[in-house]
Ligand binder design. Sequence first.
Ligand code: AMP
Ligand code: GLY
Length: 452
Amino acid sequence: MIIVGVYFILYQSIMENNIPCRAKVLVVGGGGREHAIVDALSRSSRVEKIYCAPGNAGIARQAKCVPLEDTQIDELADFAGQEGIDLTVVGPEISLAAGIVDEFESRGLKIFGPSKAAARIESSKDYAKSLMAKYNVPTAAYRTFSDYGEALAYVNAGKLPVVLKYDGLAAGKGVVVAETLEQADEALKDMLLDDKFGHGRVVVEEFLTGPEFSLLCFVNGSEVEPMVLAQDHKRAFDGDEGPNTGGMGAYTPLPFITEKDEVYALEHVMKPIASGMVSEGIPFKGVLYGGLMKTPDGIKVIEFNCRFGDPETEVVLPRLESDIFEIFWNVANDIPMPVTKWSSDAVMGFVMASKGYPGSYKKGYEITGMDEVLNDPSVRVYHMGTSLKKLGEGHEAFDKAGHSLVTNGGRVLMVLASAPDLKSAHDKALSAVERIGCENLFHRTDIGHWAL
Ligand code: AMP
Ligand code: GLY
C-alpha cells in the first residue's frame, strides 16, 4: 500500500511538473493590482496560503500581510527562504528594475517576473525603442538625446505636438506631450538640464493619434499567451480632462478593437519582441504589457511595461478561468504555459481617489459601506491605498479586531462589476461606488466612454 502510494506521488509529480498542490505564495506589492493577483491566486486549488508584502487593509482579508516594502529585496528573499515560500509573484516595476528576480534566483528561490536586464524594456525608453527598431515592431518615429541644445534644435525643426519621454523610471511622470515649443523647452530643461529624475536622456517621439489599449501577455521566453484586452483612463476627470494620473478606471472587452487588430498586435508586436529578447540573450519571463494605439496607419506601440498593468489587471484577471498559479509556476520553472481560458463577461472598474490626487492630498478618512456593496457577488472591490485604524464606538468595523477602514493613498479603491455587457457592468459598478461612504474621495463617472 505504502509502495503504491509513493509511486503515485512520484508519478503525479513527474506528470505535473512538480507543481505543488498546497503552495505557499508571496505576492510583492500593496496596491489594487496586487489585490487582484491575490484574489486570482485565492481561486487556485493549488494555493494553500498567500502572503503579501506589504499588502493593504483589503488584501489582509485574503492574505497574510508582511511588513516589508517592495524595495526591501534582501529582506523579501530572507522571508521567502525562512517561510518556505514555493513561489513569489512580483507586482511593481520598481522591485523588478532593482533586480528582485535575479536576487531570488541566485538563492534558488522560485519567482515570477523578468530579470533586471529584461525589465529594461520598461525602465529604459531608449532600450525599448531600439528593440522595436531592430525587430521591426511598429512604433512612433524617434531620436534619443542627452544634450539639451541638440534636443531643442531637433524639436524646433520638427512638428507639434511632440512627445518627450525621460529615459528611465519616473513614476508615470516622465512623459510630456508638448503642444507648444515653450512647453517642449520647459520639459527638456527639466529632463536634461535640471535632471529632475536622475541621469538625463530623452527620447523625442512623433505624436500619434487614435484609441489606446493595453494588451497584457504572459511571456515565457518566446512563448506568448495573451490576456483579454483592456483600456485604462489616465486623466483625472470626466471627458478625459485634468492631469494625468496612475489610472482612474479600466474595462474589458474593447468593442473598437477587432479580432484582426488583436491578432496583428500579437503577431507583429508581442511575439517579435519576445523572440527578439530571446535572440538578444535576455529572455523575458513574466507579464509583458503592450501599451498600444490604433492609429490611422495601423497598430503602434506607445510603451512596454515589464509587469501587470494597473488598473488593467483589476478588470482583466476576474475574467481568467484558468488556474493562475499554474501559469506563474510554469513560467518560473521554464515549463511550457497552459493555454488560458477567459470568460465572456464584461468587467468595468471605477477608481475612487483622494481629493487633490494626483497632486497633494490628505489621508486617514473613514470609508464605510464596504460590506454592503460586496453582498452582490458580481461586485468586487480591490484596495489600492487603504489601511486600518481604531476609531472606536459608533464607527463601522472592517476587521475582526474592530478596526475601521481609512484612506491611505492617492488612489484608494477600485470598485468593479462583472456583467454580460459593458453598459450593465458600468451601471452596476457606478451604483456600488455611489454607495461607498467617504467624505474625501472622488471618481470619474464616464469610464468606458470609448465603448458605450
Ligand atoms: P507612457 O508613459 O509612455 O505610457 O505615456 C503616457 C501617455 O502619453 C500615453 O498613455 C499616451 O496617452 C501619451 N503618449 C505617449 N507616447 C505618445 C505618442 N507617441 N503619441 C501620442 N501620445 C503619446
Ligand atoms: N495602466 C498603465 C500602467 O500600468 O502603467
